[in-house]
Design a protein around this ligand. Structure first.
Ligand SMILES: [Zn+2]
Length: 122
């Protein structure tokens, strides 16, 4: 799983998918790594209808995002302004980094700097 909480992703498949004219993006609220699923803000929202109760005398409906498959999203690149395929590389300091395969820009770090992976030259 290369997506982390608070990442911005573009939804490319499923009921909430956008298209090239109107892209659907959202912030990752939760990562369910073992299921390869994500909860994305505003995506795959379902409504639960509630009967009036003592706690909630008005009743009404509660909206809640359900998990979607990680294969339905791409990490959003703010330079390319769309979801992109990502690569992984080590920075000179030995920090694992995600990058955009299209523009080569950094898309955030996946680890702390580790001397083992640091470049010794230069
Ligand atoms: Zn890019």
């Amino acid at each position: 799983m290369y997506i982390r909480k608070d990442d911005i992703v573009e939804v490319i498949a499923g009921d909430d998918a956008g298209n090239s004219k109107a892209r659907t993006t959202g912030r990752v609220l939760r990562v369910l790594a073992e299921k390869n699923k994500l909860v994305v803000e505003g995506i795959n929202r379902v409504y639960k209808h509630l009967k009036p109760s003592r706690q909630n005398p008005q009743g009404g409906r509660l909206s809640k995002e359900m998990p979607i498959s990680v294969s339905n999203v791409l990490l959003y690149c703010s330079t390319c302004r769309k979801g992109v395929r990502i690569g992984r590389r080590y920075t000179a300091e030995g920090r694992k980094e995600r990058y955009c395969r299209k523009c080569g820009g950094s898309l955030g770090f996946l680890s702390k700097a580790r001397a083992t992976y640091a470049r010794k030259d230069g």
